[in-house]
Design a protein. Sequence first.
Length: 215
Amino acid sequence: MEVYRTEEEQVEALKEWWRENGRSVVIGVVLALAAVFGWRYWQDTTRSQAEAASALYQQMLTQLDAGEGREVVEIARRIIAEHATSPYAALASLSLAQQAVDQGDLDGAAAHLRWVMDNAKVSEVRLLAQVRLARVLIAQGRADEALQHLATVAGSSYTVLVEETKGDAYLAQGRRAEALQAYQTALAAAADVPAKQQMLRMKVDDLADAGVVAQ
């Protein structure tokens, strides 16, 4: 797999990664967390506030599925402004980051993801934002910072995403043997995700065909 030569290529690669992982792997985890911690929020706050936050979030998901980016941004900003302490605010900020990536606004995406890392009440959501921030940093040509963020992400449920992202960061740095090793680790951990296996197999094969040997 060739190292992307321009910032535009990096941004397009980031958008593609987001499309691959944003819905198929990540959204299920996020929605499950939203349900669990949304119920806690329901219990800890007034019913009317919880209902309002939940309703807005459901509206946002509907608009997201419909591809209505402008409406998603408006609703997400409203959730953050009116329900900043709810678990839905962090999820809304993740959606704002996604919209920023789609628009090529990497600085904006990074800002939204850092907000999630600083404010999310659920550790899994913070870690998800951390992985996504690493992707943005790679696209910005800051692979070294991306690797620093990834080094602190723990949990077997994130092995595939973390190792694939490490591989992309190493590749951006020209560290091809380390990239191959990371891709191989991700591939081994993706045994139950056929679609992800296919993409990772392509990355492994590209480097193997180029004569790269994992360290």
